[in-house]
Design a binder for this molecule. Structure first.
Ligand code: KG4
Ligand code: ZN
Length: 362
């Protein structure tokens, strides 16, 4: 195995994206994705069985496309990396099964890795494929440690202390109910906007006043801070939006959708960044990395830039194409493990829907 600059294929199937990425060391050669999002739209959220079935249909065509794009042969690979958790069980199992089959058929080592840590590893990638991405703020310089990482998507909202990507990642806090993206999706639904809700809320918030309605910031009261300093909660916020909308409707008054969307978004952005910056301050870490699909939110990125600037914190945002779930981040983490001298996983590992973030490789 080439440990200096390994050629790794990464398989990601933890949610609704079938992602195959190919990297050589930290160079991105292919990031190919098929999403079953459209099939979930009518249900207003990801349906696990539909996601698993779509992975089965999509895996082989996506692998074929990724290999063609990278201009390699499967036999050239040094290793296969695969997400083994956390995520949806059935969806994970499809990726894990495919990765094992490929590894055995090609006689290649396999690295079973943690999806959340993969989101952090995404920021190490560089290459021509990313040049068109206007959200790319970083130069894919090596990560400096320690760093705080805030991961926000439809499936997770987690705050991590990363002391070393391949050996020391600690969970500081996470959502105790809905993920932030899920809150966007549910509030969009309350406002009769289609799924996925994030981009819709962004669109209608343009015409709204973020200060019009003071929605609650979950787990930010002094009484919450002892047990939940770095945890998040979005269910109270969602209920508060629902109540506001109902009251207007009951009174026969129009719902000011723009104001509701802008005020809701402001509350989410505020609580995410307040907690992330508190972690930076408490641990004396002047570095913050963002990841996950909700990073597509313009207001979140804007406020993150302003607040980190003011606090003297270096902000890293991976290119947006690598923030949403993808196989390249899994390949990137696999390559980091190989370069750091870690041994492959043994083939008896399985999918683990609740894999703790501290377990970087299984
Ligand atoms: O990382 P991601 O693609 O994968 C899953 O978690 O499945 O994240 C998708 C989530 C959805 O909940 C979507 O509403 C949210 O990210 N999202 C956004 C925006 N674009 C996507 N949330 C807020 N603002 C956006 N512009
Ligand atoms: Zn994710």
């Amino acid at each position: 195995m080439n440990r200096a600059d390994p050629l790794v294929l990464g398989i990601e199937t933890s949610c609704d994206e079938t992602g195959i990425g190919i990297v050589r060391g930290t160079t991105l050669l292919s990031n190919t994705i098929a999403s079953s999002m459209d099939e979930h739209a009518r249900y207003g959220g990801v349906v696990p069985e539909i996601a698993a079935r779509a992975h089965l249909d999509e895996l082989v065509p996506v692998i074929t496309a990724a290999v063609a794009e990278a201009g390699i042969r499967l036999s050239d690979l040094d290793a296969i990396a695969v997400t083994c958790g956390p995520g949806l069980s059935g969806a994970l199992m499809v990726g894990v099964g495919a990765a094992k089959a490929l590894a055995v058929a090609l006689d290649k080592p396999i690295y079973a890795v943690n999806h959340l840590v993969g989101h952090v590893g995404a920021d190490l990638l560089q290459g021509d494929l990313l040049h068109g991405d206007t959200t790319n703020t970083g130069d894919a310089a090596p990560l400096e440690y320690p760093t705080i990482a805030l991961l926000v998507s439809g499936g997770h909202t987690s705050l991590l202390l990363v002391r070393d990507l391949v050996s020391d990642v600690e969970l500081l806090g996470e959502t105790i109910d809905d993920a932030a993206g899920e809150a966007f999706d549910k509030v969009a639904r309350l406002l009769s906007l289609p799924y996925p809700g994030g981009p819709q809320i962004d669109r209608v918030a343009l015409g709204g006043n973020p200060k019009a309605i003071r929605f609650p910031r979950g787990l930010s009261q002094p009484k919450d801070m002892a047990a939940h300093r770095y945890d998040f909660s979005f269910s109270g916020l969602k209920t508060s939006v629902a109540r506001f909308v109902e009251q207007r409707q009951d009174a026969g008054e129009p719902v000011p959708i723009g104001d509701v969307a802008a005020s809701f978004r402001e509350a989410v952005v505020d609580i995410l960044l307040t907690k992330a910056l508190a972690a930076c301050a408490d641990y004396g870490v002047p570095r913050l990395l963002l990841g996950g699909g909700v990073i597509a939110n313009k207001r979140l990125r804007e406020v993150a830039i302003d607040r980190t600037d003011a606090a003297g914190i270096v902000l890293r945002i991976p290119p947006l194409s690598l923030c949403t779930d993808n196989g390249a981040m899994i390949a990137a983490l696999g390559a980091q493990l190989i370069m750091a001298g870690h041994e492959p996983s043994t083939v008896e590992f399985g999918a683990d829907s609740t894999l703790p973030v501290g377990q970087i490789q299984v």
